[in-house]
Design a protein around this ligand. Structure first.
Ligand code: SF4
Length: 316
């Protein structure tokens, strides 16, 4: 299904006169709106932001934004994004992937990035189905649930993206709802300001293939963690980590009639991977690979791999 959108606005939003390949009512529209609102609110130079996606309906997002972006391979958005971040740590790198992309074929990369904490921000679009390929059960569809695209109820159990992200070591973990655009925009801004890697799971309707987890279904259930004034997920010292991690982890398992959205866990004490690299590679942050000269004024390469290998005691 296609819908033509001609956006007369400027900034990061939909490129002018582009054909948007998302169905009417898809939660993806709300996510893009929140991303553009967040980048505009932060007055971010488009040259400082990169969007990286995998395969799926969500994978089209970088095509629709006025920022640099790459539509990569199935499940490979995170390692590609980490490569961008390590090549130039000054960039703000956003990963846009679906639950089917990041939690099935990309699950190993999802877990690995939690350990690394390189500073990429993962927006995990969760509609519980593989929308691009006609609505098969995605890893977040609960056991026994039957959406209209399935011939029989799902016979696999579901992954909880929040508990997986926390167990993997992500230092910022949150959940949002695609129709709560203001809150999602604020969460994206907070994640971008956070030094380490972040995961924001975004619950979203897929009106074409998921007739169970609909817009109204979510509207009747989501509630904001921040409405509880005693909720404080921010860890600023190692001493308070255990209790806050435990509280966020337990809260992340709440599902059904009441679904919490907001920040579950934010740990500001874990150094980012780029800072750890700077500790072993002199001048890494000053001259990261993307800022190093690779050619002379006439365009000839000045890179000498044999010298580089020998200087670093690497045998060829
Ligand atoms: Fe959105 Fe579902 Fe349509 Fe994909 S198939 S664009 S997820 S509504």
């Amino acid at each position: 299904m296609q819908k033509s959108v001609s956006d007369k606005g400027s900034g990061y939003n939909f490129r002018n006169n582009i054909t948007i390949d998302w169905c009417p009512g898809c939660g993806d529209f709300g996510i893009v709106s929140a991303v553009t609102q967040a980048l505009s609110a932060m007055k971010m130079d488009p040259q400082d932001v990169v969007a990286v996606s995998g395969i799926g309906c969500s994978g089209k997002t970088p095509h629709y934004l006025n920022i640099a972006g790459t539509h990569t391979l199935h499940g490979r958005a995170i390692p590609y994004a980490v490569g961008v971040k390590l090549a130039n740590p000054n960039l703000n790198v956003l990963v846009m992937g679906g639950d089917g992309d990041l939690l099935s074929i990309g699950a190993g990369h999802f877990v690995g990035e939690g350990r690394r904490n390189s500073g990429v921000k993962v927006l995990l679009y969760n509609n519980s189905v593989y929308g691009l390929t006609k609505g098969q059960a995605a890893p977040t569809l609960p056991l026994g649930e039957k959406v209209k695209s399935l011939p029989r109820p799902n016979i696999l159990g579901k992954i909880n993206p929040i508990t997986l992200a926390m167990a993997s070591g992500y230092s910022f973990v949150a959940r949002a709802f695609s129709s709560e655009i203001k809150q999602l925009s604020e969460l994206i801004q907070r994640a971008i300001k956070h030094e380490g890697s972040a995961v924001i799971e975004v619950l979203q309707p897929c009106p074409t293939y998921n007739d169970v987890n609909t817009l109204d279904w979510y509207r009747q259930r989501v509630y904001k963690l921040e409405d509880d004034k005693s909720w404080d997920p921010v860890v600023n010292s190692k001493e308070e980590d255990e209790a806050k991690f435990d509280r966020g982890y337990r809260k992340s398992m709440e599902w059904g009639d009441h679904i919490p959205i907001g920040v579950f866990y934010e740990n500001n004490t874990i150094p980012s991977y780029t800072k750890r690299l700077a500790g072993v590679i002199p001048d890494y942050l000053k001259y990261p690979p993307a800022l190093q000269d690779v050619s002379d004024k006439d365009g000839y390469t000045i890179v000498d791999p044999i010298k580089t290998f020998s200087e670093n005691d690497i045998e060829l």
